[in-house]
Ligand binder design. Structure first.
Ligand code: 13P
Length: 250
């Protein structure tokens, strides 16, 4: 029987500079080995990308990605990093539209779609995040919010390119709060995303990860659902022993 491929993605957010990232990987690589069907994705801060890429060179099961990029290739955009720059530092993937970018830094649905299209053009794999706030969920607007976030993506990304893209469903109310969506809640939104994209004539089955307070205790039940292709993890990914435990559980 073929092993179902699962992605375990670590979003380190604003943690682990180059020296700390190297210490993390020294330990993590010592206690883990490649496993069939499992891929491990790391999203370190931009300044740690080169160190992380170098450290994992001998591990084909590990993908390194940036947490954010600008859609322009170069220019007067103080404080931003470009796709060619993160590629030069070894990134082959990029997080786009994380809720912290959307809600703390005002990134719009259209900017998220532009970044996604630029990443695909440059040959990187975008991991595009969508998800509703607590007020939106409690107001019965989850579906409307997800559809609104997907709409500009469906405009800008060609049907044939969707197979190269990964989506993460991260309900904002579950991020860093200790409150996880139930496997049923997550599966329901994953199906909505899949259905919405398929209705636009996208041929590939889209890979969709769940994120929001994932930890070693809840990961087996979440990944038992076939609608989930993996998890995107913040807090539980910044300690090498804890992360090794989590990725070894399902
Ligand atoms: P936590 O796992 O800390 O809730 O963060 C989730 C997240 O934002 C991953 O991108």
């Amino acid at each position: 029987m073929a092993i179902r491929p699962v992605i375990y993605a670590a979003n380190w957010k604003m943690n682990l500079g180059p020296a700390a990232a190297c210490r993390f990987l020294e330990r993590f690589l010592e206690i883990t080995s490649p496993l069939e069907g499992r891929s491990l994705w790391f999203f370190p801060p931009a300044v740690s990308l080169a160190a992380v890429s170098e450290a994992v060179r001998a591990r084909p099961d590990i993908v390194v990605g940036a947490q954010n990029i600008h859609w322009e290739m170069k220019g007067a955009f103080t404080g931003e990093v470009s796709l060619p720059m993160v590629q030069e530092a070894g990134a082959t993937a990029v997080l786009v539209g994380h809720s912290e970018r959307r809600h703390l830094f005002g990134e719009t649905d259209d900017q998220v779609a532009r970044k996604t299209a630029a990443a695909l053009n440059a040959g990187l794999t975008p991991l595009v995040c969508v998800g509703e706030t607590l007020a939106e969920r409690e107001g019965g607007r989850t579906e409307a919010v997800i559809l609104r976030q997907l709409a500009p993506l469906l405009e800008r990304v060609a049907a044939d390119d969707w197979g190269r893209l990964v989506v993460a469903y991260e309900p904002v109310w579950a991020i860093g709060t200790g409150r996880t969506a139930t496997p049923d809640d997550a599966a329901q939104v994953h199906e909505l995303i899949r259905f919405t994209i398929a209705r636009r004539g996208v041929p590939a089955r889209i890979r969709i990860l769940y994120g929001g307070s994932v930890n070693p205790g809840n990961v087996p039940a979440l990944l038992a659902r076939p609608e989930l292709d993996g998890v995107l993890v913040g807090g539980a990914s910044v300690n090498p022993d804890g992360w090794a435990e989590l990725v070894g559980l399902s």
